[in-house]
Design a protein around this ligand. Structure first.
Ligand SMILES: [Zn+2]
Length: 382
């Protein structure tokens, strides 16, 4: 079965040779893109989807999200907007609710968020554990995540749970041992929240090294709440991505610039905690590969909207609309070490979004407006 997506007013491909095309078409065969080019040259196909002159972009790649949890923390958000600082301590509230929830409740909540993201143009979403923090609860959260995404991340080292408050090193041993063994069958990645109030550089190194030995690939929550060793550790260990990157030294920027580690910026977190945004321009000007993601979670960034994060990146972080769209699609793909998504070229996955707008510029220009009208995921209209 082939599908012609035709009459595309503006097609952003993210392919360096194809660039941005006008009056374009895309032909899909099964779950892959078979052809990209000018509408007048388009080959025949079994079915046709008419874009009516609108813009088409690669599906968003949200490379950082925490979707398996129970409850919400709207009250904490309201208190924060009323002046209370964000410390990360509220994570334990969600841990308690998640442990008390059954599998069906957790599955329904995660599925709802994946659907919400999909309708807004996200065709790949990474899902972390991190609200179970026991051997059994981390394993079941990842089992549920794996039902919804291939990009699953073991984040047993999110915070030290209350029952280990007096023995954080004992918790690190549990994460590196029994918990990792139970989580690894359902995870591709391993992640640590390396920041004040969470895990220090030595603990993060121990956990990521154990994860790598179990076949998981490191990524890291780094330098969100303050300066620290996270970013340099991510580069040293060859992590796919260092996420947040809000408080960076010159040495951190240099380390990222000379490495394949992607800097994943999560402006929804700064928005929702009323914190200073990361300096995207400094990273881009240094030659660092930048991704944008939502950090969707009930505490510090409860948004599933990549378009909202893109608008923040343009307005608050001085990324150009083109840089922001690339970071939210191809950049996310780099952060997940994927070359089959985030790009529209023959052979890539047929993951794309049709916008109710003549240009992708409208994503930042019309913030908060649901511009995505049609999503193709693996070639299937959603
Ligand atoms: Zn996060």
């Amino acid at each position: 079965m082939s599908l012609l997506v035709g009459d595309i007013g503006e097609l952003v491909t993210n392919d360096p040779e194809l660039g941005v095309l006008t009056d374009a078409a895309v032909v899909v065969e099964g779950d892959r893109i078979a052809w990209v080019g000018a509408m007048r040259d388009a080959p025949a196909a079994d079915e046709r989807l008419d874009a009516g002159g609108a813009a088409v972009i690669p599906g968003f790649v949200d490379s950082h999200a925490h979707l398996v949890f129970a409850g919400d923390r709207a009250g904490e958000f309201a208190a924060r907007m009323n002046g209370e600082p964000y410390t990360g301590g509220g994570i334990r509230t969600t841990v308690a609710a998640t442990r008390a929830a059954n599998d069906d409740t957790l599955r329904a909540g995660a599925r709802r968020l994946v659907g919400e993201a999909r309708r807004q143009g996200t065709t790949t979403i990474e899902i972390k554990s991190g609200y179970g923090l026991s051997v059994e609860d981390e394993a079941r959260c990842l089992r549920i995540a794996r039902e919804l995404s291939d990009e699953t991340t073991f984040l047993g080292a999110h915070v030290v749970p209350a029952e280990f408050a007096g023995d954080p090193d004992g918790y690190v041993r549990l994460v590196c041992g029994q918990m990792l063994a139970a989580a690894a069958p359902y995870a591709k990645w391993i992640d640590v929240f390396c920041d004040r109030g969470a895990f220090d550089g030595d603990q993060a190194r121990e956990i990521l090294t154990a994860g790598a030995a179990a076949g998981l690939i490191p990524r890291l929550h780094a330098n969100q709440l303050g300066p620290g060793p996270g970013v340099r550790l991510a580069v040293e260990l060859g992590a796919a991505s260092a996420d947040h990157c809000t408080h960076l030294s010159d040495a951190d920027v240099d380390a990222l610039a000379g490495s394949p580690t992607v800097a994943t910026l999560l402006p929804g977190a700064e928005f929702s905690t009323r914190s200073p945004y990361p300096d995207a321009r400094r990273l881009l000007d240094a030659g660092v590969t930048v991704a944008l993601a939502t950090d969707c979670n009930p505490g510090s960034s409860y948004t599933s909207s990549m378009a909202f994060c893109l608008a923040l990146a343009v307005r608050e972080m001085r990324m150009t609309p083109a840089e922001a769209l690339w970071a939210a699609t191809a950049g996310g793909a780099r952060a997940l070490r994927r070359d089959d998504i985030g790009v529209l070229r023959p052979g890539a996955r047929a993951d794309l979004a049709v916008l109710d707008a003549p240009s992708y510029l409208h994503l930042a220009y019309r913030p908060g407006v649901p511009l995505v009208t049609t999503v193709l995921h693996n070639g299937v209209p959603q």
